[in-house]
Design a protein around this ligand. Structure first.
Ligand SMILES: [Ca+2]
Length: 470
């Protein structure tokens, strides 16, 4: 099996989902940080070093607020998330970090994984709810469903025994009214170009309509978080941005395949500290290697503020791809390492589109807070060249997986949109890979959090490179 990263990793991951571990699993994490208001989150910014040197490390100064996971409030009941089409836990992962930044115990914020292309997650959802209730000792969970997941939520809640286990329900862009339990319906006037926001209705339903959020940002934006937090916690969050946790970050989650979310048992992840790499393409021993168990579960403990490289290998040891996160600012229990599906249908709409050659990279980008949005201050540059445009990151496009490569093999970044399938867009971007070097990457989200990192220029003919951005 391929291990995660492999090709799409990041991207795919996005939407599709995966989710993970609920309970015990942990996941890997990312960092994210957001920042804005409190600046704290900002942690993600990386200090750039010498022009040709390896990557920089996170500036520790933004961590003036530390909200360690070990000091979380264990009086709060579990939260269970169900993703939508092509989705995974990734869609809600930044929101979970924000909950954790306000003292919520992140290891009880769990998510159901299922095949988003025709699967029926009823049994998995029921099992996960029971598992987290048993683990935490609560009698009820709160349930959040996104897009296609809202339909599955309604099926689950339609059963009286199940419904008794759910205290509150959050319907994110869907029509499930929560079977009578207190429900928050969250949508936007910018939700999938629909003429009207996608809401549930009923006496038990409170509708909130945002204006800037795209379909994906409705699960991951700052305002979406605030609405969810108010509804579930019945108070205002102290922090709306991701705050630093302890110096040791727990990354817990799952290695799964893209879209159909099959556990990637036996997947191998070699972890490297980018700062310590002397040569872009040469690797010695990793600082640690993680192998996914039979359920795809992975768990690793790393250090806050350091940029890591995750090299995926299959069971035969063959490198399947590379994934890069911004330096982690706090533990993450909803990590998803996504690899290519074994389904030809899925690869035909995703990684098979990438035009590969020794002279240019094949990149896949994913933003954990929503879709890529050129209109909403999102910026992604490689060596200073902007790649996000109205064509490949439009306001209504809901792009969660952005594939970047030299589609026409002309050596120039022509941008535009060269192919697309629902939430996956392909654009023409050239990052030269003829000789080994470091590529400067800068990402800015709508909250104006900026992260800088460096990545090796792996040739697309060898491997795809995934970026999961905070
Ligand atoms: Ca081109």
């Amino acid at each position: 099996m391929d291990v995660y990263i492999h090709r799409l990793a990041g991207l795919v991951g996005l939407l599709f989902g995966v989710n993970v571990c609920g309970v015990g699993c942990g996941s890997i994490s990312d960092d994210d940080a957001t920042d804005a208001a409190d600046a704290s989150d900002a942690a993600v910014s990386v200090e750039e070093e010498a022009p040709d040197g390896p990557i920089g490390t996170l500036d520790p100064t933004p961590c003036d607020n530390e909200i360690p996971a070990s000091e979380c409030d264990d009086s709060k009941q579990p939260i269970v998330f169900i993703h939508g089409t092509f989705g995974s836990a990734t869609e809600i992962s930044k929101t979970a970090l924000r909950f954790g930044s306000n003292g919520y115990c992140q290891d009880r914020f769990v998510a159901v994984e299922y095949n988003s292309l025709g699967g029926s997650p009823g049994e998995q959802l029921a099992a996960l709810v029971d598992e987290v209730l048993e683990r935490t000792g609560f009698e009820q969970v709160d349930l959040i469903a996104h897009s296609q997941g809202t339909g599955h939520a309604c099926t689950y809640l339609g059963n009286e025994v199940n419904r008794a286990k759910v205290a509150r329900y959050i319907n994110v862009s869907g029509g499930c009214a929560g079977a009578g339990i207190p429900t928050l319906s969250l949508s936007s006037t910018n939700d999938l170009n629909a003429p009207e926001p996608s809401h549930a209705a009923g006496d038990n339903v409170t509708q909130v309509t945002l204006t800037e959020e795209d379909h994906v940002a409705l699960a991951g934006s700052e305002l979406a978080f605030v609405e969810m937090y108010r509804f579930l916690m019945e108070e205002e969050p102290e922090y709306t941005t991701v705050q630093c946790g302890s110096e040791t970050v727990v990354l817990d989650g799952k290695a799964v395949t893209f879209a159909d979310n099959e556990p990637n048992a036996g997947a191998i992840l070699d972890v490297f500290e980018v700062d310590t790499l002397d040569e872009p393409w040469e690797r010695g021993e990793p600082i640690t290697t993680v192998v996914a168990d039979e359920n795809g579960h992975v768990h690793v403990e790393l250090t806050r503020g350091v940029q890591y490289e995750f090299r995926g290998r299959d069971e035969a040891g063959v490198v399947s791809g590379y994934i890069y996160y911004a330096p982690f600012t706090r533990s993450d229990y909803l990590m998803r390492f996504i690899s290519e599906s074994d389904s030809p249908l899925i690869t035909s709409i995703s990684t098979d589109n990438v035009v590969r050659a020794p002279d240019h990279m094949g990149l896949v980008g994913r933003y954990r807070g929503g879709a890529f949005r050129a209109d909403w201050n999102n910026s992604l540059t490689f060596d200073g060249e902007e790649v996000l445009t109205e064509d490949n990151a439009g306001r209504n496009a809901s792009v969660v997986g952005l594939f970047m490569y030299d589609a026409n093999l002309n050596g120039d970044s022509d941008l535009g949109m060269v192919d697309n399938t629902s939430f996956l867009y392909m654009t023409d971007v050239v990052v030269d890979s003829t000789t080994p070097r470091w590529v400067d990457v800068q990402w800015t989200n709508e909250d104006m959090d900026t992260v800088q990192l460096r990545i090796p220029n792996w040739p697309s003919s060898e491997n795809l490179t995934s970026l999961v951005l905070p």
